[in-house]
Design a protein around this ligand. Structure first.
Ligand SMILES: Cc1cc2nc3c(=O)[nH]c(=O)nc-3n(C[C@H](O)[C@H](O)[C@H](O)COP(=O)(O)O)c2cc1C
Length: 246
């Protein structure tokens, strides 16, 4: 069968996508947003059900959500506890702030801690924040709630009935969408950090309770900021290929 596409550049293209964590404020036309969502929808899907919805926050909606997230983050900053998620946990317990997603504030399993620690450590070193500099780390983390300056934040919700298959479908959609954005010179960053306060997003959009918030994706034109030249470590295939039983 003859191919009607050129796959030669795929590896270099796909490996050149990196999370963007500092954006220009240049607005993104609706048509462009729709195009990348359409590309997202070329992903495979469980029985073609597309069990997800996307809330696209821009302009005033984006600003209101960001403001509310930042004020909640300010509230938790005063809480004691080592990491960001420990702080959220502490404040939620004490002040009863609503949350929708307890999963993301659970500590990582020890199997996964080394990888997570590595990226955190290397990213902070890249932008010159010392491990012990709590204020610097908090300020950097707070940038999540400004969507790193991106003019658009997309909130991806998954249909609760399909459990992990809905999550998988949304992930495939997100990856196609992020690669599409990359092909058009736009930057993205998936953001689990914005999935804590679903109520804030629901206040702005009409979304069925059958869906729950998985994560956000910020979208915009990358700035020249130093953080955008950070290259997260890639593990080797051998680290994830299961050994055959002997
Ligand atoms: C579901 C998901 C949630 C993520 N949440 C965040 C986040 O809240 N903040 C952040 O800065 N990066 C976040 N990331 C980006 C990862 O840290 C990043 O993809 C990883 O370090 C690999 O780097 P790369 O995207 O540049 O290849 C998230 C990625 C995924 C897939």
């Amino acid at each position: 069968m003859t191919k009607d596409f050129d796959s030669n550049d795929f590896s270099s293209f796909v490996s050149s996508r990196r999370s963007t964590r500092d954006f220009q404020s240049t607005p993104i036309p609706d048509k462009l947003i729709e195009e990348i969502i359409a590309d997202g929808l070329t992903s495979p899907s469980w029985s073609n059900t597309r069990p997800f919805v996307v809330a696209v926050a821009k302009d005033d909606v984006r600003d209101r959500i960001s403001k509310e997230f930042l004020s909640r983050f300010e509230a938790i900053k005063s809480a004691r506890g080592e990491g960001f998620f420990a702080k959220i946990k502490a404040i939620l317990r004490r002040k009863g702030l609503p949350t929708s997603n307890w999963l993301i504030i659970r500590p990582y399993h020890k199997d996964l801690v080394p990888r997570s620690k590595r990226v955190g450590k290397e990213m902070l070193a890249h932008i010159g924040i010392e491990r012990g500099d709590k204020e610097g780390r908090d300020a950097f983390w707070a940038r999540n709630y400004e969507f790193f300056g991106a003019p658009v934040e997309m909130f991806v919700f998954t249909h609760k009935s399909l459990g992990k298959f809905a999550t998988s479908d949304a992930g495939l959609f997100m990856q196609n969408l992020m690669l599409s954005a990359h092909s058009k010179g736009l930057g993205t960053c998936a953001q689990g950090s914005v999935a804590v306060w679903e109520d804030v997003v629901r206040k702005e959009f009409s979304i069925s309770k059958k869906y729950s918030l998985l994560c956000g994706i910020c979208l915009g034109y990358p700035s020249e900021g130093k953080i955008n030249s950070f290259n997260a470590h890639r593990i080797a295939p051998s680290e994830i290929i299961a050994p055959v039983k002997k």
